[in-house]
Design a protein around this ligand. Structure first.
Ligand SMILES: [Zn+2]
Length: 504
């Protein structure tokens, strides 16, 4: 039976431009989706946008637009980002979609039928800027520290979700890794939070406070608050409304990829909702960190905000994808600097990988008349080397360490370049045709493996390399591709066009 794989990104709120941190998350998810497709798994990759909330209402009014016009415009920027980053998402879910709204209402009713939703009055301090109740202890001199404004005292009717009922079960699921949280430090963080006790969560707002959202079923005065609206995108986006074939095939999700700031919502509230809805739990939540710019927190005032589209338009998506996956620790904070980007681009991509591909193809074309030489394909040492590389690579991806996987790939390119230096094909060309054929066959095979290893990370580059190798038209399954010696003697090959122009 074919395996399935379902991966999601979080859905960003559409009140700001897409930033580099979300670009990284999108690429992490895309790498996993492409990797699983390459293995032959039936794969679904979901991303989308969170489009409700009174902030939208407020901005739309300022701009003289309708709410829908504003979110359409803003959602387009995120669709464009996915497009420009070469994300292979199968669907783009929007919380203003009608089928999403119906799915969320269905879920609400299910939770209600479990006696997990109840109405109560909520009294507290509300910051309009935060669009949230704030706690006394978080205020600075009576002001919201984010907005430097005194919050208003508010009393309102809310529906609440009985999250407290599920605390113990959530804790057990995480401890037993029925739900795996990666990295371990985040697992401990959420377990500590749960041990302090999970309180019931407010699930709705009166319509006079929040009028841009999903209607609460059978109560015209109440509108759903973000948790029960946004989190269910992961099921609405694959057909929870009708529980169709796609939903049955792909739920439970294999991996939710999220930032460290939204761990509690995903590893506690969402899990409680799924338990209440009697749905299977996600298999894993992968948590990444934040990206600083030139060593500092990104901010408009420091003028150090990195726009992913700037780098994409200048160098293409692949170098940016490579940099973000290799330089930013997959589950930790990392830094983006122009100097480092250029160093990695020139070092890893132009000098190491690009140079290998170009010289191996140039020599093979020159000495063997643009075709794969008839060399010995049973070269034990390289067979073993390739096996080791694949094992390290697959292990790293399975552990959600994409940085390590790329380090394995890059060191394989280094190894292949060293093999060129040691065997000196240009000397063999004058002395030993049989040895030359063997060496260049081996090198072409290494280039082929390199292309396959890079495919989830830099798909366009891999397409190019496969075309040089005459591989693009041929279908093979994953285990055939990973084995040594797939290239056929006599296959027409081409000289490589430069994959990466050096940055000077
Ligand atoms: Zn505030």
């Amino acid at each position: 039976m074919t395996k399935t794989f379902y991966v999601t990104t979080a859905i960003p709120y559409v009140n700001a431009k897409p930033h580099i941190g979300f670009a990284m998350e999108l690429i992490q998810a895309d790498v996993l989706a492409r990797y699983h497709r390459m293995r032959g798994d039936e794969t679904f990759f979901l991303t989308g946008t969170d489009e409700h909330g009174s902030k939208i209402d407020q901005v739309a009014r300022e701009k003289g637009m309708t709410n829908q016009e504003l979110v359409d415009e803003n959602a387009a920027a995120f669709k464009n980002l996915a497009d420009k980053m070469n994300a292979s998402n199968d669907y783009f879910v929007r919380t203003t979609d009608d089928d999403h709204k119906r799915a969320v209402q269905k879920l609400w009713k299910k939770l209600q039928s479990q006696d997990d939703i109840y109405k109560d009055t909520y009294e507290g301090l509300y910051c309009v800027g935060c669009e949230a109740y704030v706690l006394e202890k978080d205020l600075v001199d009576g002001m919201c520290p984010n907005h430097n404004k005194a919050p208003e005292k508010l009393k309102e009717e809310n529906y609440f979700f009985r999250l407290s009922k599920y605390g113990e079960r959530i804790k057990e699921a995480i401890e037993r890794e029925e739900l795996k949280i990666v990295p371990k430090s985040r697992k401990h963080e959420i377990l500590a939070m749960i041990k302090e006790g999970l309180k019931d969560v407010s699930f709705s707002r009166p319509r006079n406070i929040l009028n841009w959202g999903v209607d609460v079923p059978d109560d015209p005065d109440q509108v759903m608050y973000v948790w029960c609206d946004a989190l269910p995108n992961y099921i609405s986006g694959i057909g929870y409304e009708t529980e169709n074939e796609t939903f049955k095939k792909f739920w439970p999700v294999n991996a939710h990829i999220i930032g460290k700031d939204i761990l509690r919502f995903h590893a506690a509230i969402w899990i409680g909702m799924l338990m209440s809805a009697e749905l299977p739990l996600p298999k894993a939540i992968y948590v990444h960190g934040f990206i600083t710019s030139e060593g500092k927190k990104m901010s408009k005032s420091l003028n150090n905000v990195v726009d992913p589209l700037d780098y994409q338009s200048k160098y293409g998506a692949d170098p940016l994808r490579y940099f973000l996956m290799k330089e930013i620790p997959t589950t930790d904070d990392g830094d983006f600097s122009k100097a480092r980007f250029e160093a990695v681009y020139n070092g890893d991509l132009a000098n190491n990988i690009g140079n290998l591909v170009s010289r191996v193809l140039a020599m093979s074309c020159k000495y063997f008349d643009n075709s794969v030489p008839d060399g010995d394909i049973n070269y034990e040492l390289l067979q073993q080397k390739a096996r080791e590389v694949w094992t390290g690579y697959e292990k790293s991806i399975a552990a959600f360490d994409l940085k390590k996987a790329l380090e394995v790939v890059e060191s394989f390119a280094t190894y292949a370049n060293k093999y060129v230096e040691e065997t000196q094909p240009w000397v063999l060309a004058k002395e030993d045709q049989i040895k030359l054929a063997e060496v260049l066959y081996n090198l072409l095979e290494m280039v082929r493996h390199l292309s396959l290893l890079l495919r989830p990370f830099t798909p366009t580059v891999s397409d190019q390399i496969d075309e040089f190798l005459g591989m693009s038209e041929i279908e093979h399954d994953y285990s055939e591709k990973k084995s040594w010696g797939l290239l056929k003697a006599g296959t027409a090959i081409k000289k490589a066009t430069p994959l990466f122009a050096r940055i000077d």
